[in-house]
Design a protein around this ligand. Structure first.
Ligand code: HEC
Length: 116
């Protein structure tokens, strides 16, 4: 709790909208549309147009593995931002390449297109 008391005002003082940092919104059509552009440019090579990651050969399979997108926005945005190494290989971090808004957009598109 104490850490939140310190961190939240700090983030706000830095000009970050908390919602921008921690969550995404699949109801935001503009965000989802921009997310498709991000996905097509940066993500599709591994995750593929159908979201299967080549049946999990290249990347996480969002279609067969429903556990993936069942994770929270917070957790998935952290994976996108910092990268993730797991049984399927390594996803590079995106924080040097995409803005927080673009990462939220990418996740909004993933959820809208491949989520429940
Ligand atoms: C170089 C290939 C590659 C690219 C490009 C790539 N990913 Fe991934 N991604 C992976 C791999 C591999 C995993 C699975 C890692 C693991 O085993 O947990 C993954 C997993 C994920 C996950 C699930 C993370 C979790 O916590 O389970 C999300 C969400 C994701 N990627 C989103 C994206 C987005 C958005 C982009 C484009 C901005 C992107 N990926 C681009 C390879 C890639």
């Amino acid at each position: 709790m104490r850490i939140l008391v310190v961190t939240i005002p700090l983030l706000l003082a830095m000009g970050c909208d908390l919602d921008d940092v921690l969550t995404t919104d699949t109801e935001d059509i503009e965000l989802v549309t921009q997310g498709k552009g991000i996905y097509d440019e940066h993500c599709i090579g591994c995750h593929q147009a159908d979201g299967t990651g080549g049946a999990g050969e290249l990347a996480a399979d969002f279609i067969a593995d429903r556990e993936r997108l069942a994770k929270s926005d917070f957790e998935l945005l952290a994976s996108i931002r910092d990268g993730r190494e797991g049984a399927m290989g390594m996803m590079p971090p995106w924080k040097e390449i995409l803005t927080p808004y673009e990462m939220r957009a990418g996740l909004a598109y993933l959820r809208a297109e491949f989520g429940d």
